[in-house]
Design a protein around this ligand. Structure first.
Ligand SMILES: [Zn+2]
Ligand SMILES: [Zn+2]
Length: 358
């Protein structure tokens, strides 16, 4: 029943209406009752009292819908509550808060849902039991099963790897993988790894990522890049391929000395197939195609460098003394070079002595 006095308009010209519930002459909000009475009888949110959340103990990720994520438990719980609870659209600026006590993988939680209706704050509480279920996630079960989509092979041209170089290559690949995992590539992992003096093999779970890592290695260390595919059975009625990405690092390394085209050079840097080198008699820098260096003579690197004492110098020549044998030698100075140190680095290549740049 709604009490209406049709003949008595109020100050604003509206008909005065009385709330059927409390009888006060408050504005009627809905169904004949005032806002206060409406709020008393309306539930704005409801949800289950028990909820399961799946957790992978191997990588500490939680399952939400059909994906796994390494997110804080509070965030995961809120996502589950948003999915499982129905919250009235009338409620504006909804906030969800939770408070939980854990005991034996069971959490006793209080879910507080609050929001605003007509400027009035509404807060509702729901007790919720959360059971933590343990299950190995998709990525961890793949990893445990030795899954891989691609192999990165790192080899060297016409040589074996010294230990220090293997160490650098290995840590470069591992830190690239680590960075990508941190940036959200959850499905990326190194399944297996093989190291010999001939090179390194990395078995990786994602071929596209393996490709980009192999490309980065080639960019950084120079050399050739080759890829090949091998069939690896069927998956979902599709032919699967495993990729091999081969990076063949050059026979030469940064800092190596080589002869080419009747001149002698030192390698400054490598980039894919290009070699930046300094011609030793002129100290002029040049870029040479890596393929052109292949048939030339590579002498070695910094192990060939000897320190010598500067005895005297003129515009064009410099006299040097071997600090162990005291024998002296005079060599042509590269143009424009003035030596202002008492010792210089030199290298002897095919009987010719050169100053080592930088
Ligand atoms: Zn009322
Ligand atoms: Zn996992």
């Amino acid at each position: 029943m709604v009490y209406i006095s049709p003949k008595e308009p109020n100050r604003n010209g509206f008909k005065i209406m009385f709330c059927v519930e409390c009888g006060k002459d408050e504005p009627i909000f809905r169904n004949g009752v005032c806002l206060n009475c409406y709020l008393k009888h309306t539930q704005f949110s409801k949800g289950p009292t028990i909820m399961d959340i799946t957790f992978c103990p191997r990588c500490s990720s939680y399952k939400h819908k059909n994906t796994w994520a390494q997110e804080p438990f509070d965030d995961i719980l809120k996502q589950h509550i948003k999915d499982a609870f129905t919250i009235s659209y009338e409620l504006k600026n909804v906030a969800i808060q939770t408070q939980c006590n854990e005991q034996d993988r069971i959490l006793q939680c209080m879910v507080t849902i609050s929001g605003f209706l007509e400027g009035q704050q509404i807060t509702e509480q729901h007790p919720l039991t959360v059971r933590i279920r343990r299950s190995t996630c998709d990525v961890c079960s793949r990893e445990a099963g030795g899954y891989y989509e691609a192999i990165i092979q790192i080899r060297a041209e016409k040589r074996t790897f010294p230990k220090d170089e293997l160490k650098i290559l290995r840590s470069t690949v591992e830190s690239l993988v680590g960075q990508l995992q941190k940036s959200g590539k959850r499905g990326l992992f190194i399944t297996d790894f093989d190291e010999t003096r001939k090179g390194l093999d990395f078995f990786l779970s994602e071929k596209a990522t393996a490709f980009s890592i192999a490309k980065k290695i080639q960019e950084q260390f120079g050399g050739e890049f080759k890829q090949s595919a091998a069939t690896a059975g069927m998956k979902d009625s599709k032919q699967m391929y495993r990729m091999t990405y081969l990076v063949r690092i050059p026979a030469y390394r940064k800092g190596d000395f080589f002869s080419f085209d009747n001149s002698f050079f030192m390698i400054v840097s490598l980039h894919e197939n290009k070699v930046r080198a300094i011609e030793l008699s002129s100290l002029v820098e040049t870029v040479i195609d890596g393929k052109d260096i292949q048939p030339s003579k590579i002498f070695g690197g910094m192990e060939l460098v000897r320190e010598m004492i500067v005895v005297s110098q003129s515009k064009k020549e410099i006299q040097l003394m071997n600090p162990r044998t005291y024998s002296t030698v005079e060599i042509q100075k590269p143009k424009m070079v003035s030596i202002d140190t008492s010792m210089v680095n030199t290298v002897k290549l095919d009987g010719y002595l050169f100053l080592v740049p930088g």
